[in-house]
Ligand binder design. Structure first.
Ligand code: ADP
Length: 167
């Protein structure tokens, strides 16, 4: 398994699966979620609506992951995962680790050989770059995944630097 870090926009990655830092509604949002839906087009949202109407009537729970196809993106699949909102009162690290583990489990089931991750929860959800990077890198390293090309695609310099230190 190779883990690499890159700076830039995840929507341009040529990988089998792009992970989306979604919210539990699966109906899109800002940040990387908005970018993925804009670049991938309405097909992704249609599939998200179908998931809400079937398996996830109350939304996708935090720490879980589910795949859709990827619309116009180069990737074959988008794997939506819901990171925890940062809390100073409660340690939610296990939920953030679960996002990476569950996304890789779904990727393995799909037969994806390459997966690109954003820094889940490191934006609007309020995690420090340092802590988000540590959990991401540790969890992926320990995952035992069959995915052999894993990329962290980091959008801003601070988050990129934190992942670089962690690696
Ligand atoms: P969350 O709600 O999980 O915090 P955000 O989308 O707000 O999700 O932020 C997660 C990370 O994704 C942040 O570090 C943000 O800078 C980054 N990000 C935003 N747009 C993109 C993009 N197009 N490609 C990769 N990362 C992105």
């Amino acid at each position: 398994m190779a883990i690499t870090i890159l700076k830039g926009d995840i929507t341009g990655q040529r990988v089998d699966a792009i992970v989306n830092a979604a919210n539990s509604s699966l109906m899109g949002g800002g940040g990387v979620d908005g970018a993925i839906h804009r670049a991938g087009g309405p097909a992704i949202l249609d599939e998200c609506r179908a998931l809400r109407a079937s398996k996830y009537g109350r939304g996708l729970p935090t720490g879980q992951a589910v795949a859709t196809t990827a619309g116009r993106l180069d990737a074959r699949w988008v794997i939506h995962t819901v990171g925890p909102v940062y809390s100073a009162d409660e340690d939610r690290s296990a939920l953030l680790a679960s996002c990476y583990r569950e996304s890789l489990r779904v990727a393995g089931e799909l037969g994806a050989a390459s997966v690109a991750f954003p820094a889940v929860s490191a934006g609007v959800y309020g995690w420090s770059a340092e802590s988000a990077a540590q959990i991401a890198v540790d969890t992926v390293r320990a995952s035992g995944t069959e995915v052999d090309d894993i990329r962290f695609v980091l959008f801003n310099d601070e988050v990129y630097a934190a992942f670089e230190r962690e690696m």
